[in-house]
Design a protein around this ligand. Structure first.
Ligand code: FAD
Length: 495
């Protein structure tokens, strides 16, 4: 370890941390360091597991061009549409059932384009998400769901770029260096106590930014805060986000905030490992369900698969799956919609069955009541409004009618061989509860006064997301609040 004294210490080395570190340097801090609990080959937190998709406000293709180099051909072949501030606000409020902290939501929305443009100016590259977020209809790609750009190389590309840029700017990452406590003199935070190679050591700092993620990889906290049964869920990302930063801050009196019983959780391969696997990334997810049906062990459907675009339902359906008997579901489809499967359906490590007949498929659906399943498919097929056109780019209203649980969009009969099914369980992405910050990114105490010297950003901060989440907001939130908190920390340290 090179030094014992810094201007700014950032705890973590994911996206929020990288943005905070860059911003602290911009604000004039000279000695900035990132502490990373993980060894180098597992470093980068959840950020490294992502596809790099980032939700950002844009008023048209001109704003996209602030982030992405587009060819004339791409511009001619693509309808980028818009994703205005109003649309992002509406999504944040609607999706969180009007619980999101309005001040935080305002920062997230209004600073999203400016922050991504700043990231690009630092050297982070973005590309349009053709494929996952735009389907080609009549020769033209059309983007839908407010999610249009991703970082080049996905999450690994983002992490590598952040490492390159911070290194070039003299910001070191100390790997296998776990922050265990904040050094606090009763008035201000003065540094971080770390554990490295089994030894405890104190690092001084004028400002500390906590960017160490949520507590999802801690089964005891999951059960304590999310509730019974959550210990049984799988973790989609890093094993290192066990709530350390949140615990350290609350130990010195930080206020907690947000939806502590809530989390982002998705349908995830039933046989995925306990934690994420960097070689597989986000590919254990199975996100084409809006075009299929899902059944549980009783053979019945249990949710409106087509309630909305995937971006607005996937983060809450993990909980719904966890609540099914034995915590699993099968996604079932036929040949007519097989082309709607995202790339994650073709990985080697997939729990999949196929058959040329629906009866044959029913025999292979492990744990499912066969007779009830066949009745369910029959009733579902009979309820599909075949007179309405199918269009995956819009909420097409092609629905079922008369079922206990109807499907609102993209309903297609299941009758054309071959038939396929994919088994999923609940995979937790990140937890929503965290510490409370003010609009300068300072951590607040339980009297709602800022704790001098302490800042936070990313998944360890509560208040933005409740119940659900608009896809691609996690990275954007980490960037926006990382830039904000790092900037405040850097300015305070160099004042
Ligand atoms: C499979 C998957 C796919 C996803 N896809 C997307 C997507 O496409 N778009 C999107 O917006 N979001 C996505 N997310 C969510 C996204 O990953 C997060 O919102 C975002 O990366 C959080 O950034 P962060 O910096 O707050 O946390 P992280 O990136 O998790 O970083 C936390 C850091 O803190 C470190 N740390 C933890 N404890 C300590 C300690 N005690 N001392 C030192 N270091 C510590 C960790 O090792 C890590 O480096 C996805 C998540 C997963 C798991």
């Amino acid at each position: 370890m090179s030094s014992d004294s810094y201007d700014v210490i950032v705890i973590g080395a994911g996206n929020a941390a990288g943005c905070a570190a860059m911003s602290a340097r911009d604000a004039g801090a000279e000695k900035v360091v990132m502490l990373e609990r993980a060894p180098e080959d597992e470093a980068g937190g959840n950020t490294r597991f992502t596809a790099g998709a980032m939700r950002v406000v844009y008023d048209g293709v001109e704003d996209i061009q602030k982030l992405v180099e587009l060819s004339d051909q791409e511009i001619a072949d693509t309808d980028f549409g818009t994703y205005t501030k109003d649309q992002f606000f509406d999504d944040m409020f609607r999706i969180t059932e009007y619980r999101t902290d309005p001040d935080m939501a305002e920062i997230l929305v209004t600073k999203s384009l400016e922050t991504l443009t700043w990231m690009r100016s630092k050297g982070i590259q973005f590309v349009p998400i053709y494929g996952r977020q735009a389907f080609k209809i009549d020769g033209k790609f059309k983007f839908w769901g407010g999610l249009t750009v991703e970082t080049r190389g996905g999450g690994p590309g983002l992490y590598d770029a952040l490492q390159d840029i911070t290194k070039k700017n003299g910001i070191e990452t100390l790997f296998e260096t776990r922050a265990v406590d904040l050094i606090y003199d009763g008035a201000a935070v003065k540094g971080v106590r770390v554990k490295h190679n089994g030894k405890i050591r104190d690092l001084e700092a004028k400002s500390v930014v906590i960017a160490s993620g949520g507590f999802q990889a801690n089964p005891e906290w999951r059960t304590r805060y999310l509730g019974p049964g959550w210990d049984l869920a799988k973790i989609r990302g890093t094993r290192f986000n066990t709530g350390d930063g949140i615990r350290m801050a609350t130990d010195i009196g930080a206020a907690t905030y947000g939806n502590w019983s809530g989390c982002h959780a998705v349908g995830w391969d039933r046989n995925a490992p306990e934690f994420g696997d960097l070689a597989v990334g986000d590919q254990f997810q199975k996100h084409s369900y809006p075009f299929f049906i899902m059944v549980n062990a009783t053979g019945k459907r249990f949710v409106d698969e087509g309630a909305d675009f995937r971006n607005y339902t996937y983060a809450k359906y993990g909980r719904v799956i966890l609540n099914q008997p034995a915590q699993f579901a099968w996604q079932v489809l036929d040949a007519k919609v097989a082309h709607m499967k995202r790339d994650e359906y073709s990985i080697r490590q997939v729990t999949k069955v196929t058959s040329d007949t629906i009866e044959g498929l029913a025999d292979k659906l492990e744990g499912v009541n066969k007779e009830e399943f066949l009745k369910e498919v029959q009733a579902y097929n009979a309820a599909v409004r075949q007179d309405i056109d199918y269009n995956p780019n819009i909420k097409d209203g092609r629905r079922t009618e008369g079922l206990e649980i109807n499907k609102s969009n993209w309903a297609m009969t299941i009758d054309t061989a071959p038939f396929e099914a994919y088994q999923v369980t609940c995979g937790v992405t990140f937890t929503f509860g965290g510490v409370r910050i003010n609009t300068d990114g300072q951590v607040m105490d339980t009297d709602l006064l800022p704790i001098p010297g302490l800042y936070a950003a990313g998944e360890c901060v509560g208040g933005l997301f409740y119940f659900n989440y608009p896809g691609g907001s996690g990275l954007t939130a980490g960037s926006v609040f990382g830039k904000l908190s790092g900037g405040s920390a850097g300015a305070a340290a160099s004042a």
